[in-house]
Design a protein around this ligand. Sequence first.
Ligand SMILES: Cc1cc2nc3c(=O)[nH]c(=O)nc-3n(C[C@H](O)[C@H](O)[C@H](O)COP(=O)(O)OP(=O)(O)OC[C@H]3O[C@@H](n4cnc5c(N)ncnc54)[C@H](O)[C@@H]3O)c2cc1C
Length: 413
Amino acid sequence: MNLTYDIAIVGAGIAGSALACSLATSVKDKPLRIALIEAQTICDTLPICDEGINDFDARVSALTVGSQQFFESIDLWSYIVGQRVSGFDKMTVWDAEGTGHIEFDAADVRASQLGHIVENRVTVGALHQRIKTLSGVDIFSQQAVAELHLANTASRSNLSSLSLADGRSLEAQLIIAADGANSPLRKMAGLPIREWSYQQSAIVCVVETSQGHEATAWQRFTEHGPLAFLPLSLSQSDKHFCSIVWSQTDIENDLAMAMDDHQFLQALGRAFEYRLGEITDVSKRRSFPLHQRHAIDYVKPNFALVADAAHAIHPLAGQGINLGLADVKALSEVIVAGHERGQMLGDIGLLKRYQRQRKADNLAMMAAVEGLKRLFQPLPLPFRWARNMGMNIFHDQSQLKNKVIKHAMGIDR
Ligand SMILES: Cc1cc2nc3c(=O)[nH]c(=O)nc-3n(C[C@H](O)[C@H](O)[C@H](O)COP(=O)(O)OP(=O)(O)OC[C@H]3O[C@@H](n4cnc5c(N)ncnc54)[C@H](O)[C@@H]3O)c2cc1C
């Protein structure tokens, strides 16, 4: 097998797979040869059996309307909808330390949904099913990249190379790291990042509640961190399920992870003020330490970072993979335009165009999320009072609120 490619994408999570899919869909005349390399086993069958709480993937993403439109443009959305999605048309946010609350409604911006909650397993499975229908993408499953050699300049006679776990070597004009927040490739390429710990961790799991979720995404800001209940649905069941993301200080997180299920359900019900009645069941819990990371540069000759490999943020605004998909769309457009002009794909001028398009937007969202997190840290009484008043005033400012909704939905970018 000839292992020479135009592009090698490392990491077949949502971002890497979406990039392969977008590139293979968008180039019409001179198809690109793409290698998609993944350390884990790639699975394109979706074992959804609608049996109950443990049938869901605890890792879910709130996909914005902007991400949905991008998926529609690469003929993917129908694969996702054919599996399992939960649309939500309202979002309710409130302050545990007072009366402050904000409600967002899709109808206020003449939309039918604010977004969709989709299990990560469903998105990745759908992407791999779609990729199977496209030509030009070779998949390397269970092949962790062990070494990277980048050519100094972009030239057809001097390609960059990767070593796979089984000892094979692969060459490409352009290597793209979509290998997640800890990105081994970013380290191998020597691209530095700014990083700090939020000193919080997030528990994710699925819970059953006695009352329905009302197609609403719920978020309560507590003194230890935000707690989100995201609506899920099973097609053949009248049970009520939500995916939760419970971000807390590391100490509180460790205590909650050590509880048995009964204790956990009690603690979670109290923390959520029983908004959806009693919480009656819980799936296996997983905990993730939360860090903010941002690469100083996303690109160097013959190499680019995309999505979490370039930036990772707190999940409180549900924006992580939505920013990543906006990167994917921008990078794909830049590469396709360069390819059609006959440019070398690793050309630094070409790649910098992508960095210019995305860095400011990512930075702005990171700053907004950081600001929100700080606003809800434990504060003295007068500040808490001002915060609650500010939330209620914001709730009544329909023009400003609609601007914020549209930005969060990814439809003003
Ligand atoms: C608790 C929590 C809740 C979240 N909720 C939301 C949300 O509601 N909305 C939202 O938009 N975002 C959310 N996010 C963020 C979102 O999950 C991430 O942005 C997204 O998963 C990143 O996707 P990715 O494809 O960039 O990376 P990943 O999903 O990390 O995929 C990277 C892939 O690269 C592979 N890989 C790694 N190293 C190698 C190697 N050496 N060789 C080959 N392959 C390799 C890995 O196996 C993996 O499959 C949340 C994050 C957390 C932690």
